[in-house]
Structures are given as structure tokens and as C-alpha cells.
Ligand binder design. Structure first.
Ligand SMILES: *[C@@H]1O[C@H](CO)[C@@H](O)[C@H](O)[C@H]1NC(C)=O
Ligand SMILES: *[C@@H]1O[C@H](CO)[C@@H](O)[C@H](O)[C@H]1NC(C)=O
Ligand SMILES: *[C@@H]1O[C@H](CO)[C@@H](O)[C@H](O)[C@H]1NC(C)=O
Ligand SMILES: *[C@@H]1O[C@H](CO)[C@@H](O)[C@H](O)[C@H]1NC(C)=O
Ligand SMILES: *[C@@H]1O[C@H](CO)[C@@H](O)[C@H](O)[C@H]1NC(C)=O
Ligand SMILES: *[C@@H]1O[C@H](CO)[C@@H](O)[C@H](O)[C@H]1NC(C)=O
Ligand SMILES: *[C@@H]1O[C@H](CO)[C@@H](O)[C@H](O)[C@H]1NC(C)=O
Ligand SMILES: *[C@@H]1O[C@H](CO)[C@@H](O)[C@H](O)[C@H]1NC(C)=O
Ligand SMILES: *[C@@H]1O[C@H](CO)[C@@H](O)[C@H](O)[C@H]1NC(C)=O
Ligand SMILES: *[C@@H]1O[C@H](CO)[C@@H](O)[C@H](O)[C@H]1NC(C)=O
Ligand SMILES: *[C@@H]1O[C@H](CO)[C@@H](O)[C@H](O)[C@H]1NC(C)=O
Ligand SMILES: *[C@@H]1O[C@H](CO)[C@@H](O)[C@H](O)[C@H]1NC(C)=O
Length: 591
């Protein structure tokens, strides 16, 4: 009794102490139960991954500075990690949900992510990062709103609509994985989904009867913010709405110069916000289209993604042909010019990567230059693999960040080459040695004939240039040094390069990867390890108490009591226990 009183007293002291680090930033809690359900988006029943029984999963709606907790329960029959695309996980790669930094959540276990969404406002999404699972769903939108005191560069929209678009296979993700692991390419997807649903029956020969399609209900005269994410496997999609302009306003947490587009190419892993005014006379419903880009049209005899925009005063169904895609068969610069036209509004108040307008990235000296070159798949040790700069990444058995924490030797090599290797390609756990507070220039050179997009966790980077051909030092002369957009996923056209600049101010180990799932699955990724040489606990949060252990550290992992964690009886005791653990961790930070 006495000891518990003492504990109570110290709790108050600790709570006071804690208030300095967590301030009054509110906690928002979400429960994700991840399981298979049967769905038939293209008319063929298949296992898809649902969150809380829903496909796509729920939209996480948070406000900047919130402490977000997501308790993920893995009801799949394989390991799981959820990653938060575009959310920067400031100072905590522990929460990043990729195999290079986190041990996977085993089947039947649950694990709680806890992170603060600091200095970020915009449109992001989450998805399962392992085992090709994204091809089966498991994704959903993630909105970070501004606090009331932070202005946004447009009038508050009348509604907020999340739209997940992506190519889709009627084969399930385990079969797709088997195909790739067996050295075969996946071939063309079977169609395109919008919010987990197949197309409206825009063509009675192509689209079978009875397909459930997405309908978006709107009021005439109102303006909506549409947050569109390409969560597909590998296909770039052209997004458009019949008779409506798309006013581009934001991408992956940065406000853009506002411009109207009749359609926009959205590559795998990218997110955009459009402001769309319902200014038509509602003579009918309107088509919302997501159609495949950069595919061979004579081979792509597949369904296009078609949803319906329905005005409350609509006079009838949408009919007739879909609105035309860009007619640029003979103009390979059209799409690239469109990408270049997406620029940062440098006068809009914003958040990361830095206070907009006061930060001139163009005048900062670059400290490290990396040329990352991808090639078409190759055979290494008898296996089909993909490479970046001649290296096909092999995930470490002990995650890099954990290996550092517990001084596990030989888990990875810090030797990722600054220029592509010229010898025969090899399989390695080779990581980029990032310079803390350095300014890194990365040239992504796509030597494949397929479109690629690359994503970096933990950061938004400046997209400063892209062009066809081989990048040379002279290419720097074409860089946009003023209002290049800051984002986390950029496209790299086939036979072309894209240059990005990254301010390495976020300590941790961060995934840099191909977003195309097949390229990623076969090894097209690496990590950037950013360590503060000064011994301080200020630039990185301590390892969370619930960290999972695996690989060389698997002996440290306690089994999870699967039965008790599903009952609510022990809930309050458990939460006290975890609070104590958290406090313990917080105290350790101060000593
Ligand atoms: C995927 O489909 C195959 C049959 O093609 C089946 O054996 C397997 O269990 C399915 N996997 C999942 C996760 O549904
Ligand atoms: C998100 O939550 C805010 C209140 O915090 C609310 O105003 C807004 O409508 C919500 N957005 C969505 C898309 O649910
Ligand atoms: C598992 O879920 C329970 C509540 O159902 C929660 O109290 C516990 O903290 C979770 N475990 C982890 C490791 O997140
Ligand atoms: C840029 O942001 C400012 C400040 O919010 C806003 O007034 C302006 O309209 C925006 N400019 C463009 C071109 O989007
Ligand atoms: C429907 O699709 C088929 C196959 O692509 C095409 O031949 C036909 O012209 C289309 N019908 C209409 C009305 O567009
Ligand atoms: C965009 O188009 C709408 C009409 O759909 C128009 O009212 C608006 O002025 C345009 N905005 C810009 C910035 O061009
Ligand atoms: C408005 O509706 C009429 C038919 O009622 C149609 O002829 C006309 O093209 C429509 N205008 C617009 C801008 O959609
Ligand atoms: C598209 O595929 C057809 C059939 O394989 C082929 O003849 C044609 O050359 C391809 N077109 C392009 C632009 O690759
Ligand atoms: C960049 O480097 C140049 C010389 O190499 C130096 O004169 C300049 O001061 C540096 N700029 C910054 C911002 O450090
Ligand atoms: C990594 O970079 C740091 C400087 O940022 C350097 O001191 C260290 O030796 C490098 N490590 C390796 C293995 O190259
Ligand atoms: C790939 O690189 C080689 C050598 O630099 C070059 O000749 C070829 O044109 C490149 N192909 C593509 C598609 O970039
Ligand atoms: C950082 O925190 C750890 C415990 O989490 C502690 O052992 C270490 O001494 C602290 N380091 C510094 C420099 O404060």
C-alpha cells in the first residue's frame, strides 16, 4: 500500500515533467482490425484486406500536433506492418512501419503505433508494407488538418472527399507474390478501382452487369476538396472529371500554386488535393475517371476506373463516351511538362520541410550527391531481381535501427555507392550513410522502359528537375531553384531522370524505395541512415516500450498474451501498466 502511494506521488511529479514534452497536444486514438474479407470489385470473388471490415479502410482524420495512436490488430495469416505514406515521423523511425526499421507484427498480435503528426498539413495515406499486401488493399486516407490559428491558402471547402485510385488484379496478393518470386512478370492488371469498387457500366461489352461502383454525392454550387491517392500496384493513372476543372491546391503536404487542370497524371504512391466547384447545370450525372497511362493501348483491353459524380439536382444518368484522356501519343514531353508545372506556393503559410518563404533551398550548398540508377529486372543467383545502382536490397533479419540500438554487428553495410556500380549486380543490405544536417542531392535515373515513382520516408524533398536522357553535371543548370514542390513521392519517366534535394534534419533510418510494388518487392529500395554524432536524446525519440524484437534480438521478445489482449476486463490495468512504461521511457530521456 505504502509503495503504491509513493508510486502515486511520483506519478504526479512525472506527469508534471511529462507535460513539458507532450505539452497539451491531444491524443487521438484509432483501432485497426486488419483481416481478410471476400469482395468482388471486378466481378470475381477474391480475398481482400479490410480494416475494421471495410475496404478501403477508414480515413484517419487528425490535426497537426495531435499525438496519433493506432492500435493495429493483425488478423491476417501472415506478418503485418502498416506504413504512413508521406507522414514524416519526425524523430521516430521506430513508428515507420517498414522492415528496415521495425520488426513485423506477427499474426494474431496487436501493436500500437504512437506518433505526433507535427508540422504537417495535407493529404496522406496508410498501407500494409509487407509481402505485396497493398495489392490486396489494407489502405486508407490519412488527413492532417490545420489548427484553427493556421490559415490555409483557400476558402474552407464545403466538403472533403477522399478518393483512392489504383490498378487491380483479380489474382490475390499471395498468388501475385508467387508469380514474381517464380521469376515471372505480373502482366497487365485486370482493371482500375476507385475506392475499392469497380467501374460504373460505361460500356456494356466491357463492363459486366452487377458491378458495384462508387457514387459521390454533391450539391450544386459548392466547392469540395478531393484528396486523390494512387494506391495501385504499378500503373500511372490519369484522373479527370467530366465537364469539371480540377484546381490543384496541395500535394503530399505542400500547397501548390493553384492551377486548373482538365486532367492530371497521378503516379503510384502520389497524393493530390483538388478543389472542384460544382458549376455544371446537372443535366446528367458526370463521370469520374482514372484511366491507365503509359500502357500499350492496343494491349490494354481492360476496364478503366469510373465513378459517378451525382448532383443533388441531377436530371439523369451519365451516358456516352468517357471524357478523353490527354492526346499525347506523339508528345512524350506532355506529361513531364505537366509535372514541371506543379510548383510550390512559396508565400502560403505551411509546415515542413521548413517555414515556406523563409527557406531558400536553392542557395544551400549540397553536401552529398547520389546517382541512383534503376534498370529492368535482372537475374541474380538464379532469381529475378530489381536493382538500384546495381544493388538489389535484401531486408536485414534484424532491422537496421534496432541493430544500431543494441549494437548488433553485421546487420547491414553502410556502403551504398554514390554512383551506380558497373560490375555485375549483387544482393546486399546496403544502406546510404546520410550526413546529419547535410543537404543531399539525389538523381533518380530510370534506365527502364517503364514509368517509376520513388518515395522517401521521414522527409519531404524538393523536386528540382526532370528531363529525358542521361543526367550530367550540366543538368544542374536546368534546376528550379525557387519554387520546386516539396513532396515525398516523385515520378521518374522511362529513359529520364528526376533530381531531388533533401535536407537531412530528421534523425533515424529511412526507407527510399520504388513505389511500384513489383519493383519494390524484387529489391528496388535502400535506406538512408541519419545519425546525430552528438550524444543527445533531443533529436530522436527513445525506442518505444512496445518495440518488437526479431532477428538477432528475438530472444528479447516476450510472447504476447493473445487471449487477454482481446478482452476489455484487463484493459484499465493494462493501460496503467503501459502509462508507467511510457513514463519510464520519458524519465530515461531526461537522465
Ligand atoms: C489466394 O488464392 C489462392 C488460389 O489461387 C489460394 O490458394 C490462397 O489461399 C489465396 N490466398 C489468400 C490470402 O486468400
Ligand atoms: C475531420 O475532423 C474535423 C474536426 O476535427 C472536421 O471539421 C472535419 O470535417 C473532419 N474531416 C473529415 C473528412 O472527416
Ligand atoms: C494490444 O491491444 C490492447 C487493447 O486491446 C492494448 O491495451 C495493448 O496496449 C495493445 N498492445 C500493444 C503492444 O500495442
Ligand atoms: C499562395 O498562397 C497565398 C497565401 O495564402 C494565397 O493568397 C495565394 O492565392 C496563393 N497563390 C496561388 C497562385 O495559389
Ligand atoms: C466498348 O468497348 C469495346 C471493347 O473495347 C469497344 O469495341 C466498343 O466500341 C465500346 N463501346 C462503346 C459504346 O464505346
Ligand atoms: C479554375 O476554373 C474555374 C471554373 O471551373 C474558374 O472559376 C476558376 O477561376 C479557375 N481558377 C484558376 C486559378 O484558373
Ligand atoms: C445545360 O443543360 C442543357 C440541357 O438541359 C445542355 O444542353 C447544356 O449543354 C448544359 N450546359 C452545360 C454547361 O453543361
Ligand atoms: C503495342 O503492342 C502491339 C502488340 O504487341 C505491338 O505491335 C505494338 O508495337 C505495341 N506498341 C507500342 C507503342 O509499343
Ligand atoms: C556555399 O559554398 C560557397 C563556396 O563553395 C560559399 O562561398 C558559400 O558561403 C556557401 N553557402 C552557404 C549558404 O553555406
Ligand atoms: C558515415 O559518414 C560520416 C560522416 O557523416 C563519417 O564520419 C563515417 O565515417 C561514415 N561511415 C562510413 C561507414 O562510411
Ligand atoms: C540505359 O542506359 C544506356 C547506357 O547509358 C543508354 O544507352 C540507354 O539509352 C538507356 N536506356 C534508357 C531506357 O534509359
Ligand atoms: C539518452 O537516454 C538514454 C535512456 O533512454 C540514456 O541511457 C542516455 O544516457 C541518454 N543520453 C543522453 C546523452 O542524455
Amino acid at each position: 500500500m505504502a509503495s503504491s502511494g509513493l508510486l502515486g506521488l511520483s506519478l504526479i511529479h512525472i506527469a508534471l515533467l511529462l507535460s513539458f514534452c507532450f505539452a497539451e497536444d491531444p491524443f487521438v486514438h484509432f483501432d485497426f482490425e486488419v483481416s481478410y474479407i471476400t469482395a468482388s470489385p471486378l466481378g470475381v470473388p477474391q480475398q481482400v484486406i479490410a480494416i475494421n471490415g471495410k475496404f478501403p479502410g477508414p480515413v484517419v482524420n487528425a490535426t497537426t500536433n495531435n499525438n496519433v495512436e493506432v492500435n493495429v490488430r493483425n488478423k491476417l495469416d501472415e506478418n503485418l506492418l502498416i506504413t504512413w505514406s508521406g507522414i514524416q515521423q519526425r524523430r521516430s523511425s521506430w513508428q515507420d512501419g517498414v522492415l528496415g526499421t521495425n520488426c513485423p507484427i506477427p499474426p494474431k498480435w496487436n501493436w500500437t503505433y504512437q506518433f505526433q503528426v507535427k508540422d504537417q498539413i495535407g493529404s496522406f495515406f496508410y498501407f500494409p508494407s509487407l509481402n505485396f499486401q497493398r495489392a490486396a488493399g489494407g489502405y486508407g486516407g490519412f488527413i492532417i488538418n490545420n489548427r484553427a490559428i493556421i490559415p490555409i491558402p483557400f476558402d474552407t471547402p464545403d466538403g472533403d472527399i477522399t478518393i483512392m485510385i489504383g490498378d487491380w488484379y483479380t489474382k490475390n496478393h499471395t498468388d501475385l507474390r508467387k508469380t514474381l518470386n517464380g521469376g515471372k512478370e505480373l502482366g497487365m492488371p485486370n482493371g482500375v478501382l476507385i475506392n475499392g469498387k469497380g467501374p460504373y457500366r460505361y460500356n456494356t461489352t466491357l463492363v459486366p452487369e452487377g458491378i458495384d461502383y462508387e457514387t459521390i454525392d454533391v450539391q450544386p454550387g459548392k466547392t469540395y476538396r478531393l484528396r486523390v491517392h494512387n494506391v495501385g500496384v504499378s500503373t500511372s493513372l490519369n484522373f479527370r472529371i467530366q465537364n469539371h476543372n480540377l484546381l490543384l491546391a496541395e500535394t503530399e503536404g505542400s500547397y501548390t500554386v493553384q492551377q486548373n487542370y482538365t486532367s492530371l497524371d497521378i503516379h503510384v504512391g502520389q497524393s493530390y488535393s483538388f478543389l472542384v466547384t460544382m458549376d455544371q447545370n446537372a443535366s446528367t450525372d458526370y463521370y469520374i475517371v482514372a484511366s491507365a497511362r503509359f500502357v500499350n493501348e492496343s494491349l490494354w483491353k481492360r476496364v478503366t476506373g469510373v465513378a459517378i459524380l451525382r448532383y443533388s439536382n441531377s436530371k439523369g444518368k451519365a451516358s456516352g463516351p468517357l471524357p478523353d484522356p490527354p492526346n499525347d501519343e506523339f508528345d512524350k514531353t506532355f506529361s513531364m511538362n505537366q509535372a514541371r508545372s506543379i510548383r510550390w506556393n512559396v508565400s502560403a503559410s505551411g509546415a515542413r520541410p521548413n517555414p515556406q518563404g523563409s527557406f531558400r533551398y536553392g542557395s544551400i550548398n549540397v553536401t552529398d550527391v547520389y546517382v541512383l540508377k534503376n534498370k529492368p529486372p535482372v537475374t541474380i543467383n538464379g532469381k529475378m531481381r530489381t536493382t538500384l545502382s546495381g544493388i538489389s536490397f535484401v531486408n536485414p533479419t534484424t532491422p537496421i535501427r534496432l541493430a544500431d540500438q543494441f549494437k548488433v554487428k553485421g546487420a547491414y553495410k553502410l556502403d551504398f555507392p554514390k554512383t551506380p556500380l558497373t560490375g555485375s549486380p549483387r544482393m546486399e543490405t546496403s544502406v546510404i550513410n546520410g550526413t546529419y544536417r547535410g543537404f543531399m542531392e539525389v538523381i533518380l535515373q530510370n534506365n527502364d522502359t517503364k514509368m517509376q515513382s520513388y518515395h522517401m520516408n521521414g522527409y519531404a524533398f524538393f523536386v528540382v528537375g526532370m528531363d529525358y536522357g542521361e543526367w550530367t553535371e550540366n543538368s544542374r543548370g536546368t534546376y528550379n531553384k525557387w519554387d520546386g514542390i516539396a513532396r515525398s513521392t516523385t515520378q521518374v519517366f522511362p529513359g529520364a531522370w528526376t533530381a531531388i534535394l533533401i535536407s537531412l534534419d530528421n534523425v533515424g533510418v529511412w526507407n527510399l524505395r520504388a513505389e511500384n510494388l513489383d519493383s519494390w518487392h524484387l529489391g528496388q529500395e535502400t535506406y538512408v541512415r541519419v545519425v546525430n554524432p552528438e550524444a543527445t536524446n533531443k533529436t530522436e525519440l527513445p525506442m518505444p516500450d512496445n518495440a518488437l524484437f526479431c532477428g538477432a534480438l528475438s530472444k528479447m521478445q516476450k510472447p504476447q498474451d493473445i487471449t487477454s489482449s482481446t478482452t476489455s476486463i484487463s484493459g484499465s490495468k493494462l493501460s496503467i501498466f503501459f502509462t508507467l512504461l511510457m513514463i519510464y521511457a520519458a524519465i530515461s530521456t531526461f537522465h
